[in-house]
Design a protein around this ligand. Structure first.
Ligand code: GDP
Ligand code: MG
Length: 164
């Protein structure tokens, strides 16, 4: 069985875009699990000599129980519980939000190592400054990346595979 990487974060930060980049040309594996309404989709990915599975998750929102948000929360927690490492995706163009702090505080209480991916950092002039704003989440080094354009993803994956 391959190690699992869980991609976590608020809605619209670029989780699915990043997962698609990491799992390019690889087939999706759908995992049925009794008791969970929507199945989780694992995508196979690799970097250097490492093969792994990537799990995308729905946008995580705490302190709001409308509609399907509690279900998304439950699924993110399940994904995390089986993961070797969590990728916490945040929006570098927006800066840290209250929602990011809530997710960060929750992640800190989990046992899984967390890598902070500051997405939407395709600007060579601003990327490092945008990423640096996220040191205050207290989750270690923030890595500037662009899921769309690919900036920084190689350096990020080099750190990620250390946890597989
Ligand atoms: P998710 O809700 O976290 O899965 O986010 P999506 O992957 O659906 O992306 C949300 C929005 O952010 C879309 O409009 C994407 O085009 C945009 N987006 C995703 N990645 C990047 C990126 O690296 N740079 C920029 N500028 N926009 C991005
Ligand atoms: Mg998505």
């Amino acid at each position: 069985t391959l190690p699992i990487v869980a991609v976590i974060g608020r809605p619209n930060v670029g989780k699915s875009t990043l997962v698609n980049r990491l799992a390019k040309n690889r087939q999706a594996i759908v995992h049925d699990e009794p008791g969970i309404t929507r199945d989780r989709v694992y995508r196979q990915a690799f970097w250097r000599t490492h093969d792994f599975l990537v799990v995308d998750t729905g946008g995580l929102v705490f302190n709001d129980n409308t509609e399907f948000l509690p279900l998304i929360r439950e699924q993110a927690m399940t994904a995390l519980s089986e993961a070797s490492v969590a990728v916490f995706v945040v929006d570098g163009q927006l800066g840290p939000t209250t929602g990011d702090y809530e997710i960060g505080n929750w992640l800190r209480q989990q046992k899984v190592p967390v890598l902070l991916a500051v997405n939407k950092c395709e600007s060579p002039e601003h990327g490092l400054i945008q990423a640096a704003q996220f040191w205050e989440l207290g989750l270690g080094e923030p890595y500037p990346i662009s899921g769309i354009h690919g900036n920084g993803t190689g350096e990020f994956l080099d750190k990620l595979i250390l946890h597989l």
